[in-house]
Write a protein that binds this ligand. Structure first.
Ligand SMILES: [Zn+2]
Length: 64
């Protein structure tokens, strides 16, 4: 999830709502925003994924 805002001069900013990091500011086009957002490696999402994997492994271990 990303939160986009537009500046007075028409350029865009975008912020990741998961880690609250500003990914880009004063970007000329929405196409560029798409590109920059796709390139963002979110630490929050990676952490959530890691925790989910850990929980799944623990649940598996508990069953055996
Ligand atoms: Zn992020």
């Amino acid at each position: 999830m990303y939160y986009r805002t537009q500046n007075e001069n028409g350029s865009y900013n975008t912020r990741c709502l998961d880690c609250l990091l500003t990914i880009a500011f004063s970007v000329e086009s929405e196409k560029e925003l798409d590109h920059l957002e796709a390139r963002h490696l979110c630490p929050e999402k990676a952490l959530a994924q890691l925790l989910a994997q850990h929980r799944a492994a623990e649940a598996h271990a508990a069953r055996n």
